[in-house]
Design a binder for this molecule. Structure first.
Ligand code: NDP
Length: 239
């Protein structure tokens, strides 16, 4: 079902994006690996083999969506699948939240996937087929001290994503969301130690491959079916 499909995965140099790229490539898809760290992308592409290509860009810049589509067209002749995964997890309480980081976080976690959705959805609609999956978070649906900006942006992405799903109904282009809980990736390295401990204490976090399997579950639905939202928790996680 994924054999020969042309996929673009953002944030493919680490964590969930890397696992999704490996998972899709293992099933015969061609994957455009997108992130900033060119060395990591090249190493992954070497591992995957001829079905991988790389694009080292800042996804948070306004022209990233068009550059990704152009690269997919140049490498593969187009795109069938877009996985909007790149994101940062910046949290902080009222007194110390880093306001200088606000703009870049909005650009990467919200504006970039929205722009990519529009740019790719137009191309996919014209070809009459395609799938877009936006990686959200269980944080989109809970209120937690210090997480207002992160959760708010993921909530906004979910509302945008489901609206786009409705706008594209009947066109052959499907849009869905995968919202993971705590997953063992580098994302927690950027958190203060106490916040990092709270995110993972008392539970076995998901592995990136678990989230990749959830993404694949959406992509492998028959053409007449669409799962608009799938949450996946660590079984030890309450919220
Ligand atoms: P990681 O920190 O492990 O990986 C983040 C990826 O995003 C890297 O490939 C990084 O590559 C890329 N990235 C970051 N900034 C940019 C940028 N400006 N331009 C291009 N690429 C960028 O994170 P995860 O794998 O954990 O997170 C992936 C997604 O999953 C995020 O959207 C996150 O919000 C979401 N998520 C994660 C959870 C978790 O517990 N891990 C839980 C719920 C949701 P590079 O630095 O090379 O650019």
């Amino acid at each position: 079902m994924l054999e020969g499909k042309r996929a673009v995965v953002t944030g493919a140099s680490a964590g969930i994006g890397e696992a999704v790229a490996r998972d899709l490539a293992a099933r015969g898809a061609r994957v455009l690996l997108v992130a900033r760290r060119a060395d990591r992308l090249e190493a992954l592409a070497n591992d995957i083999g001829p079905n991988a290509a790389t694009l080292a860009i800042d996804v948070g810049s306004p022209d990233s969506a068009q550059r990704m589509l152009d690269a997919a067209a140049a490498q593969f002749g187009g795109a069938d699948i877009l996985i909007n995964n790149a994101g940062v997890f910046r949290v902080g309480p009222l007194d110390s939240f880093d306001l200088d980081g606000l703009g870049p976080m909005i650009a990467l976690n919200y504006e970039a996937p929205v722009r990519a959705c529009y740019v790719f959805a137009r191309a996919m609609k014209a070809q009459g087929a395609g799938a877009i999956i936006n990686i959200s978070s269980i944080g989109a649906n809970l209120t937690a001290p210090g997480s207002g900006v992160y959760g708010g942006l993921k909530r906004a992405l979910e509302i945008f994503s489901d609206t786009l799903r409705i706008e594209l109904a009947g066109t052959g282009v499907r849009v869905g969301i995968v919202a993971p809980g705590s997953t063992a990736t580098e994302i927690f390295d950027h958190l203060p130690a106490d916040r990092r401990a709270r995110a993972t204490e008392g539970l076995t976090p998901l592995a990136p491959a678990d989230v990749a399997a959830a993404v694949r579950f959406l992509l492998e639905q028959p053409e007449h079916a669409n799962i608009p939202h799938l949450r996946i928790y660590s079984s030890g996680q309450q919220h």
